[in-house]
Design a protein around this ligand. Structure first.
Ligand SMILES: Nc1nc2c(c(=O)[nH]1)N[C@H]1C(S)=C(S)[C@@H](COP(=O)(O)OP(=O)(O)OC[C@H]3O[C@@H](n4cnc5c(=O)[nH]c(N)nc54)[C@H](O)[C@@H]3O)O[C@H]1N2
Ligand SMILES: Nc1nc2c(c(=O)[nH]1)N[C@H]1C(S)=C(S)[C@@H](COP(=O)(O)OP(=O)(O)OC[C@H]3O[C@@H](n4cnc5c(=O)[nH]c(N)nc54)[C@H](O)[C@@H]3O)O[C@H]1N2
Ligand code: SF4
Ligand SMILES: [Mo]
Length: 671
């Protein structure tokens, strides 16, 4: 690798998808800066991005393929890549012979690296023919479906435009922690006089910056949106005729709001005083253009889709459809406009089995355990830390017991890797080529290979290529993965003439000069479409029913994202020392008094799935019914979280923020 400056892109599951400049000398990454040509991130990174050298050259990174026996013993032995491939390919082929197909082989992959070439995992499995695969999205599906239902398509406004608005209302997002670049645009709007409102059960770092903070009971946002709508409708809507024209269901919606919504009832459910609703209605009614932001936080409970539908309807009736500068934000799925050739690679046809066995990733372990003929026997884990990030961990342990071979590809020996038979060291994004597109902003950027791989690390694509060769060596024609294709070939093929037009590229090389932005960003409504106002009476009845299923334990466990990690990633980076925050459990002053708990003492939170010990922090701003804890760490909080079998009203996503726990002082005898 030549000395010099390279263009990289941070591939984390993060709103930033930041452009990075990497400074390389003697094959070593010396430092990184933000890429000033990235028009959204504008030359800045977050602390995690700036700590890239420590992420790459971390003594705890995996250097070689390793095998442990027995599984879980910690008795790891270094093996060569060839040995690893022989064992893995041998198992896949043996299972194929035993069961007559590859359905006993499957993978679990999510969001460790979101670059296009990381779909090599899916491509590699597709190349064997029908197998067992995860479908869905444990992070964002509920909201995605709700946005689709309302607008008829995926839609999220252009984030740079947020600077030019007069009102910003954030429902359940915490950008000061999760989307740091966006704060710049919010501050810009505020400097020009915009009002900034945050609605969240927790007084977050974002709430600290707001003009108005509304503390809401978790899972009740739909009611608050109905309450605001009621005040607005009763005051009289200015341009009701155009709302009627642009929407489906206006009269029904208005009738519902007018007759079924009672403000004091809303106040009881949401915990929001009527005066606060009046203030919000005043802002929504008078300040234009206005921005409404559906955070991912509001859709992590079983009423998430209702909340987003109700908020979208409020945005629709207050200007999003008619005022081009008003914005509605969630996240966009423009990656789906690309060919995604690795993801969509077609494998060989099986004589009897027409398609792969899909299992919902939000309930993967339970669904996988239910599979028979054949049961799942081989699992490949990539870009995924199941043990810290997924739920239903008891079923996961049962599933692990049933599996004959577990392979984890990762940069670090994660908790999931420790439950595997074989670990394979993954390359960091500086050690491989890739192409990245945002899911928040609309920029496309390249990721150059800027340094040689750390020890024997390889990219997921390179692993797919090499495993394919081994499979075909042992069983000719087993896989049709196009292993001869180089990363650059895959990248160039994503850049179809239509994509080049959309991102105003004349050739791939343009991206080497800097990121490119999409020229036409979808409007809220195509001319032919109408916004579908919700709720209907049925959805509200359903919501009421789900509220009536009162959970037995008292405190709702909220475990949102934290500033210095991306989920379980960056924990081991010394510059981002996380030690102090790791086992902190925050509770309200009232809960502390009730359970006679003092600050900094050891406490336990528990439910039917287990218990977690931590250090109490009394947070006087926390609602009484909420306990707050961080993800990952040594003792992952997700042990207390399970997914209900109920798919919710709108498909399936994960209901991470629906878990209930109780609190007690820690005493040795509890254990
Ligand atoms: N630093 C950092 N940044 C990240 C990540 C990370 O791990 N670390 N992860 C990235 C990923 S994958 C994601 S999905 C995003 C998520 O980013 P956000 O959209 O900000 O979502 P969350 O962090 O899940 O939750 C945001 C807020 O929702 C609140 N909330 C919970 N329930 C409710 C409710 O019922 N109503 C309301 N109004 N609020 C509620 C929580 O208290 C929390 O403050 O962040 C991304 N960015
Ligand atoms: N309690 C609770 N749990 C949650 C959430 C919550 O709010 N509360 N949030 C949920 C959300 S929003 C999300 S998005 C999920 C995230 O769930 P995951 O996607 O499982 O989260 P990460 O911790 O980012 O784990 C990704 C793993 O991929 C590895 N990795 C990074 N780059 C590569 C690569 O190039 N190749 C390979 N093979 N591996 C790589 C990382 O080292 C890491 O171990 O977590 C969910 N879990
Ligand atoms: S973690 Fe997010 S904000 Fe930080 S550098 Fe990566 S993409 Fe940018
Ligand atoms: Mo996420």
């Amino acid at each position: 690798m030549k000395d010099g400056v390279y263009r990289n892109t941070c591939p984390r599951n993060c709103f930033g998808t930041c452009g990075i400049l990497s400074y390389v000398k003697n094959g070593r990454l010396m430092k990184v800066t933000g890429d000033p040509k990235h028009g959204y991130t504008k030359g800045r990174l977050c602390a995690k991005g700036y700590a890239s050298t420590q992420f790459v050259y971390n003594t705890q990174r995996l250097k070689y393929p390793m095998i442990q026996s027995p599984r879980g013993s910690g008795n790891w032995k270094r093996i060569s890549w060839d040995e690893a491939y022989s064992i893995i390919a041998g198992k896949i082929i043996e299972l194929n012979q035993r069961f007559g197909s590859n359905l006993a082989s499957g993978y679990n992959k999510f969001s460790g690296n979101l670059g296009f070439l990381h779909y090599a995992v899916e491509g590699m499995f597709n190349s064997f023919g029908p197998h067992t695969k995860p479908v869905g999205n444990p992070c964002a599906l509920t909201g995605k479906l709700a946005v689709n239902q309302a607008f008829g398509h995926n839609f999220s406004s252009n984030p740079e435009d947020m600077a030019d608005t007069n009102l910003i209302v954030i429902w359940g997002a915490n950008p000061a922690v999760t989307n740091v670049h966006q704060m710049k645009f919010i501050y810009e709007a505020r400097r020009s006089g915009a009002k900034f409102i945050v609605i969240d059960p927790i007084f977050t770092r974002t709430a600290e910056k707001a003009d108005v903070y509304i503390q809401i009971n978790p899972g009740t946002d739909a009611w608050l949106a109905f309450g605001i709508a009621k005040i607005l409708i009763e005051k009289g809507i200015d341009d009701e005729e155009s709302i009627r024209e642009q929407t489906i269901g206006w009269d029904q919606y208005k009738h519902f709001i007018h007759h079924q919504i009672d403000l004091s009832d809303v106040s009881k459910r949401t915990g929001v005083p009527t005066e606060a609703m009046e203030v919000l209605a005043e802002f929504y009614g008078n300040l234009k253009p206005a921005v409404t932001w559906n955070g991912l936080g509001i859709q992590r409970n079983d009423r998430g889709s209702h909340s987003i539908s109700a908020i979208n309807s409020l945005a629709a009736m207050t200007g999003i459809l008619s005022n081009p500068n008003s914005g509605l934000y969630y996240m966009h799925f423009d990656i789906e406009h690309f060919p995604q050739l690795l993801l969509n690679h077609q494998g060989p046809v099986h004589p009897n089995i027409t398609k792969s066995r899909d299992i919902d990733i939000s309930n993967y372990s339970k669904n996988a355990l239910a599979l028979t003929e054949p049961p799942l026997k081989f699992l490949w884990v990539a870009s995924r830390n199941i043990i810290t990030q997924d739920q239903n961990l008891k079923s996961w342990h049962q599933l692990f017991n049933q599996l004959e071979l577990i392979v984890t590809v990762d940069l670090y020996l994660t908790k999931t890797a420790k439950h595997s038979d074989i670990v394979l060291p993954a390359a960091s994004h500086f050690e491989e080529e890739d192409l990245n597109v945002g899911y928040w902003h609309y920029w496309l950027s390249i990721n150059q290979k800027s340094i040689p791989p750390y020890y024997e690390a390889k990219s997921d694509l390179q692993i797919a290529r090499e495993l394919t060769k081994k499979l075909n060596e042992l069983s000719p024609g087993f896989s049709n993965f196009p292993f001869e294709k180089e990363p650059i070939d895959w990248i160039k093929e994503e850049l179809t003439p239509e994509i080049m037009r959309q991102y105003s590229l004349t050739s791939y090389e343009d991206l080497l000069e800097g990121p490119h932005k999409k020229i036409e960003i979808a409007h809220s409504m195509p001319d032919s479409e109408k916004f579908r106002l919700l709720p209907s009476k049925e959805t509200v009845t359903e919501q009421l029913q789900s509220e009536n299923l009162k959970k037995p334990l008292t405190y709702r466990l909220l475990t949102p994202q934290t500033l210095l990690k991306i989920h379980s990633q960056y924990e081991l980076v010394p510059w981002l020392n996380q030690e102090q925050t790791e086992d902190i459990i925050e509770l309200s002053s009232t809960a502390a008094i009730q359970h006679e708990i003092d600050e900094n003492t050891k406490i336990e939170i528990y439910n039917q799935h287990g218990f977690i010990i931590g250090t109490a922090k009394i947070n006087p701003t926390l609602p009484n019914q909420v306990v707050l804890a961080s993800q990952a760490g040594n003792n992952p909080i997700n042990q207390l979280i399970t997914q209900t079998d109920d798919k919710g009203a709108n498909g399936s996503s994960t209901f991470f923020y629906d878990s209930m726990v109780n609190i007690r002082k820690w005493r040795e005898k509890n254990v």
